[in-house]
Design a protein around this ligand. Structure first.
Ligand code: HEC
Length: 131
């Protein structure tokens, strides 16, 4: 009985996030996300993870981004990428002078918001299949 309730609860939670825009995660596979979040993750791993760590978990060069992004607006985020950012740990030079970053600022935001909200853990992602 208790087990059935747990299984049902999980099925419901998955069903709900599958219906909306949010990530859809199961235990044994990569989380599935919408295209914007997927692209944001790819751009992040290419252009940001070198300092902020894979999935933004932080490194000795730059902070973990999840908790830092929670208090940040989308506008502040794009300003930080365009103009650079000075924080307690160090200084980030502008990132959006790289065209491959500038054109994907919204996608980066989508990915990092999902990480900050706890909807997404660290790790690789897959795109929702289109069917
Ligand atoms: C060369 C290393 C480096 C790269 C590459 C880099 N950053 Fe940073 N980033 C930093 C440092 C250093 C800070 C400031 C840390 C601090 O708070 O002292 C920072 C700060 C930030 C902040 C502000 C965090 C806060 O404290 O509110 C955001 C957001 C951010 N980076 C996002 C990104 C994104 C997105 C990319 C990829 C497009 C990126 N960074 C690439 C080094 C880097």
């Amino acid at each position: 009985m208790a087990l059935a309730a747990v299984v049902l609860g999980v099925a419901t939670a998955w069903g709900q996030s599958r219906g909306g825009d949010g990530p859809w995660c199961s235990r044994d596979a990569a989380c599935q996300v919408d295209t914007a979040t997927f692209v944001g993750w790819r751009v992040f791993e290419t252009h940001c993870a070198g300092c902020h760590g894979q999935s933004g978990v932080g490194s000795r060069f730059a902070p973990e981004l999840g908790s830092r992004m929670r208090g940040m607006t989308q506008r502040e985020f794009s300003v930080a990428l365009r103009e650079g950012y000075r924080g307690l740990q160090g200084r980030m030079t502008p990132r959006a002078d790289n065209r491959d970053v500038a054109r994907y600022v919204d996608e980066l935001w989508s990915y990092l918001r999902a990480r900050a909200s706890g909807d997404l853990g660290p790790g690789p992602l897959e795109r929702f299949s289109e069917n």
